[in-house]
Design a protein around this ligand. Structure first.
Ligand code: GDP
Ligand code: MG
Length: 296
C-alpha cells in the first residue's frame, strides 16, 4: 500500500536575520520571500507552497520576532508572526548555528506556547567548516526542548534542504491539497514586484535607511510582449529621498536596474521599470498610513 498524500502548513519562526526567508525560498525552490543582510526585511506573512506527488507543504514565512518596543510597525510585525501560529500544524524554529541569543529564547517560548511540534532548524552550517563541532552543539540544543527533530542546514548553500523537506512533510496530516499544484505562493504578481523593488532598496542602501521605505505599484501594463511597471518608493524625509536618488540619480538607477533584472528572472519576460521617490512623514508609526500601504 502506498503512503497517503499529506497536506498542511508549517510556520517558520525565529529571531530576525537567522535566515527564515532564505530557508523558505530554498524549500520551495523559488523566490517567494525577499532576503537582505539586515533585520526587518520580511514584513508580511507570506505563503510558500511546494507540491510533490506525495505531499503539499505550505510554509508560512513570518517577520522575525523581536522585542515589542517602539513604532506601530514593530507591533504589527510581532502580531503577524504570532497570528500565523493559528493556521499551522507544526513550527520550524530557525536559529543561527553560531549563536543562541535571548531573542532565540523568546522565539522558542512563542513556539512552545503554541503546543505544536517544533523542528529546530540549525541554519548557516556553511559557517562551521569542521562538522565534528556540530555534534556537541546538537546535544546541547536538544536539551532546550523536546523537539520533534533537529536539522542542521545551510539554506544559502542548499545543504540539508531535501532532508528537512521530508522531515517537515512527515509532520503533516494525511489530506487533500489546498492549492493548485503549480502555485508556489499566495501572493499577487504586483505584491511580488513591490517586494523585489523593496529588496533592492534594502540591499543597495544597506544601513543608510533602517526600514522607513515602502513600495507602491502605480501602473502595470502588458505592452508588446513587455511588462511596463511604474512604482513609487515612499520615504519619510527629504534627506532620505536624496539618499535613495543618489548623486546624479546614480543610486535610484542602480536600484531600478537590479530590481528589473530580478523581475525579469522571476516572470520570464522583458520589463520596463520606472521608479519615483516620494516623501510621506512618519508612515511607519502611523496606523492609518500602514493600512493604506497594505499592513492590515
Ligand atoms: P530572516 O530575517 O530570518 O528572514 O533572514 P534572511 O533570510 O533575510 O537572511 C538574513 C541574512 O542571512 C542574509 O544576508 C542571508 O543571505 C543570510 N543567510 C541566510 N541563510 C544563510 C546560510 O545558510 N548561510 C549563510 N552564510 N548565510 C545565510
Ligand atoms: Mg525574512
Amino acid at each position: 500500500m502506498s503512503a497517503p498524500f499529506r497536506a498542511g502548513a508549517i510556520a517558520v519562526l525565529g529571531r530576525p536575520n537567522v535566515g527564515k526567508s532564505t530557508l523558505v525560498n530554498a524549500l520551495i525552490g523559488a523566490k517567494v520571500s525577499i532576503v537582505a543582510p539586515k533585520p526587518q526585511t520580511t514584513r508580511h506573512r507570506i505563503l510558500g507552497i511546494r507540491t510533490t506527488d506525495k505531499a503539499q507543504l505550505v510554509l508560512v514565512d513570518t517577520p522575525g520576532l523581536h522585542a515589542p518596543t517602539g513604532a506601530a510597525i514593530n507591533r504589527y510585525l510581532n502580531r503577524t508572526a504570532r497570528n500565523s501560529l493559528d493556521e499551522v500544524q507544526a513550527v520550524a524554529l530557525v536559529v543561527d548555528v553560531l549563536r543562541w541569543t535571548p531573542e532565540d529564547d523568546g522565539a522558542l517560548e512563542v513556539a512552545v506556547r503554541s503546543g505544536l511540534p517544533i523542528v529546530l532548524v540549525i541554519n548557516k552550517i556553511d559557517k562551521v567548516p569542521d562538522r565534528t563541532k556540530l555534534l556537541p552543539l546538537l546535544g546541547e540544543l536538544s536539551g532546550r526542548h523536546a523537539f520533534a527533530a533537529l536539522v542542521p542546514v545551510s539554506a544559502q548553500k542548499g545543504q540539508g534542504i531535501d532532508g528537512l523537506f521530508d522531515t517537515l512533510v512527515g509532520l503533516l496530516p494525511p489530506g487533500e491539497p489546498a492549492f493548485d499544484e503549480d502555485m508556489y505562493t499566495d501572493r499577487s504578481e504586483r505584491f511580488i514586484v513591490a517586494e523585489l523593488v523593496r529588496e533592492q532598496v534594502a540591499r543597495q542602501l544597506r544601513d543608510e535607511l533602517p526600514f522607513a521605505t515602502t513600495i507602491e505599484i502605480e501602473t502595470w501594463a502588458n505592452e508588446g510582449g513587455m511588462l511596463k511597471i511604474g512604482a513609487v518608493i515612499w520615504v519619510e524625509r527629504d534627506g532620505q529621498k536624496a539618499i535613495v536618488i543618489g548623486a546624479g540619480g546614480q543610486q535610484i538607477k542602480r536600484i531600478g536596474t537590479y530590481a528589473r533584472k530580478e523581475i525579469e528572472k522571476q516572470f520570464e519576460t522583458k520589463v520596463f521599470l520606472e521608479l519615483w521617490v516620494k516623501v510621506r512623514e512618519k508612515w511607519s508609526d502611523d496606523e492609518a498610513a500602514l493600512r493604506r500601504f497594505g499592513y492590515e
